[in-house]
Design a protein around this ligand. Structure first.
Ligand code: ADP
Length: 252
């Protein structure tokens, strides 16, 4: 069996006495499109932080691209993290810089400090940034100031930055929550098409269940830090989704 892109075995994450994730085990194979769904506080962001190596488990084992991030040197961990790109709900762009600088931030893990500093004055790799922007449909925004763009356009810039990073897998944490509802479908379709075309694994947390059904082939339902179901999207019934989000007496 080929090495999975991500593997968790009996993983628990505790913040003090509180378990944000409890005994989670899963495998995600190359090329999968996986949606993480569940109510707020279910542990979706915590799981994504484990998958990009920015958080270590309290218990259990995490393997990212076949490696245990807790056993790596800082340098080796950074090299591993370059292979995993993350797109965030709030875009994580520098608003008063031009788009090209934000897209080029995708190189930062690879560039030397000198290249990074020079790039702030003279944008390097202009053609690569321009290509990435064309891929996300905003080729004309290369020199626009980032904060003059709409939410949907800023998320496209964040996706272009991940394309420049050229990771094996793309993680997206609520990528459409800060985007105008009409642009949400476009952003989800763009993410899926880019992952298909460039052969990248996609793990995306979503509030909007309709996109989990329409854009992902597997759904992992989380609630109170536990995996409630992990199934092909076609096997997840509306009743299962309703139960996942239902407010229980104990919750209120
Ligand atoms: P989701 O992304 O599904 O909304 P999160 O992974 O953000 O859920 O959070 C899961 C639980 O862990 C929540 O109850 C949250 O309050 C808690 N939590 C997350 N990060 C921290 C932290 N740094 N310190 C304490 N509690 C945290």
């Amino acid at each position: 069996m080929p090495e999975p892109v991500f593997e968790l075995k009996g993983v628990t994450v505790r913040y003090g006495a509180f378990a944000a994730l409890s005994k989670v085990s899963l495998r995600i194979e190359a090329g999968e499109r996986v949606a993480l769904i569940g109510p707020s506080g279910a542990g979706k962001s915590t799981l994504l932080s484990l998958l990009n190596g920015s958080l270590a488990p309290t218990e259990g084992e995490v393997r990212l691209l076949g490696q245990d991030p807790t056993r790596l040197s800082t340098r080796a961990l950074r090299r591993l993290q370059r292979q995993i790109g993350t797109v965030y709900q709030q875009f994580h762009l520098v608003p008063n810089l031009s788009v090209i600088h934000n897209v080029n931030a995708g190189h930062l893990g690879r560039w030397s400090l000198l290249q990074a500093v020079v790039s702030l004055i003279v944008p390097l790799e202009r053609s690569r940034a321009a290509r990435a922007l064309a891929e996300v449909g905003i080729a004309d925004k290369l020199y626009a100031r980032t904060d003059t763009l709409s939410g949907g356009q800023q998320q496209r810039v964040a996706i272009a930055r991940v394309l420049v990073q050229d990771p094996v897998a793309i993680l997206a944490d609520e990528p459409i929550s800060s985007v105008d509802p009409e642009r949400s479908r476009e952003i989800m379709t763009l993410l899926r098409e880019l992952c298909d075309r460039f052969d990248k694994t996609l793990v995306v947390s979503l509030h909007a269940i309709e996109y989990a059904y329409s854009h992902c082939e597997r759904m992992i339902g989380l609630r109170a830090g536990q995996v409630v179901f992990d199934l092909p999207a076609a096997q997840v019934s509306p009743q299962m989704v309703e139960a996942l989000y239902r407010i229980r007496d104990v919750d209120v």
